[in-house]
Design a protein around this ligand. Structure first.
Ligand SMILES: *[C@@H]1O[C@H](CO)[C@@H](O)[C@H](O)[C@H]1NC(C)=O
Ligand SMILES: *[C@@H]1O[C@H](CO)[C@@H](O)[C@H](O)[C@H]1NC(C)=O
Ligand SMILES: *[C@@H]1O[C@H](CO)[C@@H](O)[C@H](O)[C@H]1NC(C)=O
Ligand SMILES: *[C@@H]1O[C@H](CO)[C@@H](O)[C@H](O)[C@H]1NC(C)=O
Ligand SMILES: *[C@@H]1O[C@H](CO)[C@@H](O)[C@H](O)[C@H]1NC(C)=O
Length: 425
């Protein structure tokens, strides 16, 4: 009896100590973050993604999407309906990877960040005529993998039905915070486990690197949901984030059924993801999102997505899904890792993934419930505030953290939506 009491007391004391430690850490992290955010650091990510600009290249496609959307909303649960889009087929080409279930790799095997610039190209005329950001990209394009700074090999232990991975940067702490409280909450639904991870590189602001890194480590200490690699978080390095995740997934996650991959400024309905997956007839090669077919590379130099001819010489991109949010199955992700390693890196991450799908002969599926290229052209559209619209969607781009919280609460309240919504008019 005495022993039991004693051990109980110890447990309680231990627990109390842990609580206290976590609370203090959390408090420190919040204070430090506040200081940093109030300070002189520009909290804007240097590569704030304005996907709107890219829509110009696919205007026709986008308008078609709006029409489909209009049609779609008139049917209840329309996002469940299978889309009359091309069914992805795995062509068995000679290039098909011979993936075996035997993964010799069981840990992240990259330990050196030492990769020097490729000076072979610097003297060539086409290179000298390039813009400096493309020069920078090409000089280091052969540096494919970097060591991990924060890892969670245990994250995929056991069976996971849905792994949510979210691209983020060190400074966007508030976005991660809201995601953890809303759609990124780890849970078990009908016995199916949902897990969440954030993907980060190194903070790009040289002066504040050390601070942000410390804060990020505190954050990870508290939540244990951050993967970080030793490359700079920059716009062109988003492709590295893609390839590093695929390699990480292939290394650690053999028991994950589906992956949702997206940005940290989107609204996601996990309920709708579940319903979609359960009604989906795809047993293999599922890749679904806001897919663009026949997008043209942008050749206007002042555009964020400008690509010079020497980098991409075709008239069209392969079909690709907007990186704001898409779903794929686990086995396909492992094959994509293989495919990615056969290609040279391309500076636009979602296009790069489209190229990988092409290598595998998989055609991504376009679905109306994924709105990652922006809803409608008009930013003041009522749709942006219409909870019944969000309730019908899987991903909607793009929301401030406070708006996300607000919309989440509305959508998950006793919201009554008429079957036939006419707020589009
Ligand atoms: C604040 O930011 C500006 C612009 O980036 C910079 O010129 C200035 O040196 C910074 N001041 C401090 C105290 O860091
Ligand atoms: C990195 O590589 C370069 C060239 O290969 C070498 O000179 C340098 O010593 C290396 N640095 C480290 C820290 O390993
Ligand atoms: C540069 O050229 C040399 C000799 O052709 C080659 O061995 C090396 O791999 C090249 N470096 C890169 C980064 O492509
Ligand atoms: C990507 O990250 C690497 C490693 O930090 C860095 O050397 C390289 O300059 C970055 N590339 C771009 C295009 O920012
Ligand atoms: C693009 O490809 C065509 C046909 O292969 C070739 O004639 C042309 O020189 C290429 N242009 C560039 C800028 O590489």
């Amino acid at each position: 009896m005495a022993v039991i009491l004693f051990s109980n007391r110890m447990n309680n004391r231990d627990r109390w100590r842990v609580y206290k430690r976590v609370s203090v850490m959390f408090f420190l992290a919040v204070v430090a973050l506040t200081v940093v955010q109030r300070g002189n650091i520009s909290m804007e990510a240097p590569f704030k993604i304005e996907r709107q600009t890219r829509m110009d290249a696919s205007e026709g496609v986008d308008r078609a999407a709006s029409l489909q959307l209009k049609k779609g909303l008139e049917t209840i649960g329309f996002w469940k309906a299978s889309n009359p889009q091309p069914v992805p087929k795995a062509h068995t080409t000679t290039e098909e990877p011979s993936i075996t279930e035997d993964h010799s790799l069981s840990h992240w095997d990259v330990t050196s960040s030492n990769c020097s610039a490729n000076l072979n190209i610097t003297g060539q005329e086409w290179f000298m005529n390039l813009e400096s950001n493309f020069q920078q990209f090409l000089l280091y394009r052969h540096c494919r993998y970097f060591p991990m700074l924060i890892n969670h090999p245990e994250k995929c232990a056991g069976e996971t039905y849905l792994l949510m991975v979210i691209k983020s940067v060190a400074t966007q702490h508030d976005r991660r915070e809201v995601i953890r409280k809303t759609w990124g909450k780890e849970q078990v639904v009908d016995g199916k486990r949902v897990r969440t991870l954030f993907l980060l590189g190194k903070p790009s602001n040289e002066a504040e690197k050390a601070n942000h890194q410390k804060l990020l480590e505190y954050e990870d200490y508290i939540y244990g949901d951050i993967l970080q690699w030793d490359f700079l978080d920059s716009f062109f390095n988003l492709t590295l984030k893609e390839t590093h995740f695929l390699k990480w997934f292939d290394t650690y996650c053999s028991n994950v059924r589906y992956i949702f991959k997206g940005d940290d400024d989107v609204f996601v309905s996990v309920t709708n993801i579940f319903e979609f997956l359960q009604s989906s007839t795809h047993t293999k090669n599922l890749f679904v999102g806001d897919v663009i077919f026949k997008a043209k590379p942008i050749r206007k130099k002042d555009n964020k997505y400008y690509i010079p001819q020497v980098l991409y010489n075709n008239t069209h991109y392969p079909p690709y899904a907007g990186g704001g949010g898409f779903l794929m199955d686990g086995p396909l992700a492992r094959r994509l890792h293989w495919a990615a390693d056969t290609l040279e890196l391309y500076p636009i991450d979602d296009v790069f993934l489209g190229m990988c799908l092409e290598v595998l002969g998989v055609i991504p599926i376009r679905h109306n419930a994924f709105k990652t290229f922006g809803l409608v052209k008009n930013k003041n559209s009522k749709l942006n505030r219409e909870p019944c619209f969000f309730k019908n969607m899987i991903v909607v781009h793009k929301l401030l953290p406070s708006d996300l919280m607000h919309m989440w609460n509305l959508v998950n309240s006793d919201l009554i939506c008429s079957q036939k919504s006419n707020f589009l008019n």
